[in-house]
Design a protein around this ligand. Structure first.
Ligand SMILES: [Zn+2]
Length: 202
C-alpha cells in the first residue's frame, strides 16, 4: 500500500484508536510506527521526528509543545540525531554536535515563513491575496541564513574562544548543519517507507 506523509500525520493525531479487522485504521499505522522503532536508530529517530512535527502543528491531545511527553520526544530526537551522525560528523565534539542537532531539529520544526505563515502569499485586510510573499518568494518556507545561525551558535557554544568562532563556523559547523538536515529528511522518509512496508506484510 502507499502511505502518504499526510496519512501518517493524521494517524499520529488520531482521535479514534478503535480496531477493525476488515480495514486499516489509525491504530494499525501507530502500531507499525512503534514496531519499526526497534529496528534501527534511524527508524526510531524518524518516528520521534514525525511525532514532533505533527503535534507542533495540530491539536494532539497527548503531545502539546512544552508538556513532558513532548519534551521527552524532543530530547530523544535530538539525542538520536546526534547519535546517528557520530561517524559522519566525528570531527565535531560530542557536546557541540548535540547543540547543532538541537538547532537542526528546531529549524526543521519551524520551517514556515513567519511573514506569510507558510502560505507564500500576502493578503489585505479583506483576506484577498494581493502579492507573493517577498520574504520567502512565495515558497512558504523559512530559511535560516548564516547570520541567524551564527547568532544562535554564539549563544550556545560554550568553551569556544571568540577568535576561533568564525573559523570553526565556516570549516565545520555550517557544513554540519547541512549534514544534520539531510539526515532528518532521510530518517523521516525511511520511517515512512518502513511503516508502509510493515502494513503491507500484515
Ligand atoms: Zn513567506
Amino acid at each position: 500500500m502507499s502511505l502518504s506523509r499526510e496519512r501518517l500525520h493524521r494517524a499520529v493525531n488520531s482521535t479514534d484508536l478503535g480496531w477493525d479487522d476488515r480495514r486499516e485504521k489509525d491504530v494499525d499505522i501507530l502500531t507499525a510506527m512503534g514496531m519499526t522503532d526497534s529496528r534501527s536508530e534511524v527508524l526510531a529517530l524518524g518516528g520521534n521526528l514525525i511525532v514532533l512535527k505533527t503535534s507542533a502543528r495540530s491539536k494532539s491531545i497527548f503531545y502539546i509543545p512544552g508538556n513532558d511527553l513532548y519534551k521527552a520526544t524532543q530530547t530523544a530526537a535530538i539525542k538520536g540525531l546526534c547519535d546517528v551522525t557520530r561517524r559522519t560528523l566525528r570531527q565535531i565534539r560530542q557536546d557541540q554536535r548535540m547543540y547543532l542537532s538541537g538547532m537542526a531539529v528546531t529549524e526543521w520544526l519551524h520551517d514556515r515563513c513567519p511573514e506569510c505563515n507558510g502560505t507564500g502569499r500576502m493578503k489585505n485586510d479583506k483576506g484577498q491575496v494581493v502579492a507573493e510573499c517577498a520574504t520567502c518568494q512565495g515558497t512558504g518556507q523559512r530559511t535560516y541564513g548564516h547570520t541567524e545561525r551564527r547568532a544562535t551558535l554564539r549563544a550556545g557554544m560554550r568553551g569556544c574562544k571568540t577568535d576561533q568562532f568564525g573559523k570553526l563556523y565556516h570549516q565545520h559547523w555550517s557544513k554540519a548543519m547541512d549534514e544534520l538536515h539531510a539526515m532528518i529528511v532521510l530518517a523521516e522518509r525511511y520511517k515512512q517507507r518502513a511503516v508502509a512496508k510493515m502494513l503491507e506484510n500484515y
